[in-house]
Write a protein that binds this ligand. Structure first.
Ligand code: PBG
Length: 336
């Protein structure tokens, strides 16, 4: 006799392996799929012409000058990738305490947006709204004498930055700074300037993560930040309810999409947000995640294609509507 805890009608009537036996029935019951439509490709933009630089801590990722970036955008568009996210590598000479380069209408990010939208108008172009590429200290905002990042003063600069991106033709602005009230302020300014179609993707649940290391090398903010950290504005990795609170505020302030960052270690947060709000929810497979997968693959310890596709479909399974990944082009090719 089966013991009382065993469901009475189970095995052999129920055999879970029946559906797993053949490819056709595995495909029939597959619950989540990854397509190029799910991908947003983050890229690093350099000054100059014909410039291409490898990022040491992210093998396979390059910083590109605008002319080469436009070529890359065309390729990405042909691969079916709907959007790119631009991150400027600001020369030291353009950094300052007040981060005024952030809203320069002829800044690197603004010129890159114009060039891509001009050459590949179908490509969705997203920009990063935060001051870390433009401050001499590498923080995402303006600081006081004690080094504390000032909220409201920073939001004023972020608003000017976001409007300058919209003016350059950005389709999506993505505040990644974690200041309070910035989504509402950016939304009001965009409406006021007539940019009613500019979408906002809020980095709502952005954690103070050590997985951002390679990115800070790539944009050249690591040296500026030094031993500094972002604990007074980015979220504590130990927290979950706080992410729900952040998302609720960003949606109320006018975000069209929300984001969780990093990706794989934070999929519980993605699921909670998706279940609670049902809003377009994105996740960022960040530079450190890329670096780990790449390094293990280069050592022959992991099968790169298999493990990357597994990580990304897991993000879909957690409820993500889309994923920012440095692997976007490779993935689009693998899926193609
Ligand atoms: C800057 C910003 C960061 C990332 C995206 N925007 C770094 C940070 O907050 O220090 C990280 C992306 C990545 O690691 O891939 N506001």
């Amino acid at each position: 006799m089966a013991d009382l805890d065993t469901p009475r009608s189970a095995y052999p009537i129920t055999r879970m392996r029946r559906m797993r036996r053949d490819d056709f029935s595995r495909r029939m019951m597959r619950e989540n799929t990854l397509t190029p439509d799910d991908l947003i490709w983050p890229v690093f933009v350099l000054e100059g012409q014909g410039e291409r630089e490898a990022v040491a801590s992210m093998p396979g990722v390059e910083r590109l000058s605008i002319d080469l970036l436009v070529e890359a955008a065309r390729e990405a568009q042909q691969l079916g990738i709907p959007a790119m996210a631009l991150f400027p590598v600001t020369p030291m000479s353009a950094k300052s305490l007040d981060a005024r380069e952030a809203f320069n209408p002829d800044g690197l990010a603004q010129r890159a947006v114009r060039a891509i939208k001009n050459a590949v108008p179908e490509m969705g172009v997203m920009t990063d709204v935060a001051l870390d590429p433009f401050t001499t200290h590498g923080q995402d905002g303006l600081i006081d004498d004690a080094g504390y990042v000032l909220n409201d003063e920073t939001v004023e600069v972020l608003v000017r930055q976001a409007v300058s991106h919209a003016e350059a033709g950005a389709d999506i602005v993505a505040p990644s700074d974690m200041m309070d009230g910035r989504i509402g302020a950016v939304r009001a300014a965009l409406e006021g300037a007539g940019h009613i179609h500019t979408r906002i993707m809020a980095y709502s649940a952005k954690y103070a993560s050590s997985y951002y290391g390679p990115f800070r090398d790539a944009v050249g903010s690591a040296a500026n930040l030094g031993a500094g950290n972002k604990y007074t504005y980015q979220m504590d990795p130990a927290n979950s309810n706080e992410a729900i609170h952040e998302v609720a505020l960003d949606l109320a302030e006018g975000a069209d999409m929300v984001m969780v960052k990093p990706g794989l270690p934070y999929l519980d947060i993605v699921r909670r947000i998706k279940d609670q709000f049902g809003a377009p929810t994105f996740v960022y497979q960040v530079s450190g995640e890329y670096a780990m997968l790449k390094a293990a693959s280069q050592n022959g310890w992991l099968n790169e294609q298999a493990v990357v596709l597994e990580a990304l479909v897991s993000m879909k399974r957690a409820g993500a509507d889309g994923i920012l990944t440095y692997y976007a082009k490779d993935v689009a090719r693998w899926l193609g």
